[in-house]
Design a protein around this ligand. Sequence first.
Ligand code: ADP
Ligand code: ADP
Length: 232
Amino acid sequence: APQAWARGLTKVYGSGETAVTALDGIDVDFASGRFTAIMGPSGSGKSTLMHCMAGLDRVTSGRAVVDGHEIGRMNQRNLTKLRRTHLGFIFQSFNLIPTLTAEENITLPLDIARRPVDRAWFDEVVETVGLRDRLRHRPDELSGGQQQRVACARALVSKPAVIFADEPTGNLDSHSATEVLSFLRRSVEQLGQTVVMVTHDPRAASYAHRVLFLADGRLAADLREPTHDAIL
Ligand code: ADP
Ligand code: ADP
């Protein structure tokens, strides 16, 4: 079974005359070991789809299932727990703690959950991210690209079923963006992660194995192994 999937996923904001249908019956599978980009014009439902799949937003109807858990129907307490243990998040703003070293930032989610750090896995992640000689540095001693790679490592280290990335390269110059995206693709392939990334940048999306296009809350296109030209 895919790591995450949706059937008839529908999200309506508000009610009555002011109701907005942000998602209109989405069917989609996110397989493990795959890096998927979600594109589409502003207001097409990209963030809503990601938020519903990540349990950050309630679904109105239909199903959103992550790692076998019916995320659309969980209570708040179980959702918080599931997010901590099964999901990883990478944001546009790196959200690193400035007073902690790169290593401390990477292990923070595990420390908060009082879970042990699997050192072999930690080493593999740090190696893949290319941060071995930066672990003792604090965020302000790292470049933007390196800070976002710390955030990627932090998302990976608890071995989440799915990692959600929201415009992860939105604050990066093109060199750093390339570095982060090629890392994400490599880690998906080497470590078998499932990554779902929302972006409006075709260059960023060209690093994904697959690109979904949304339009008015529906799936408008589904490209496998997209070429740069196909996305543009
Ligand atoms: P995208 O991420 O593609 O820009 P969104 O998922 O943010 O699109 O929005 C999809 C639609 O849902 C838009 O029409 C937007 O105005 C609406 N929407 C999003 N969030 C809310 C909200 N909290 N309340 C009301 N409408 C919302
Ligand atoms: P990257 O290619 O990783 O984005 P840059 O080209 O921006 O990095 O920076 C090159 C080198 O300069 C990196 O090895 C990085 O450690 C260092 N560096 C970048 N920004 C800073 C900073 N604000 N403070 C200290 N060192 C930095």
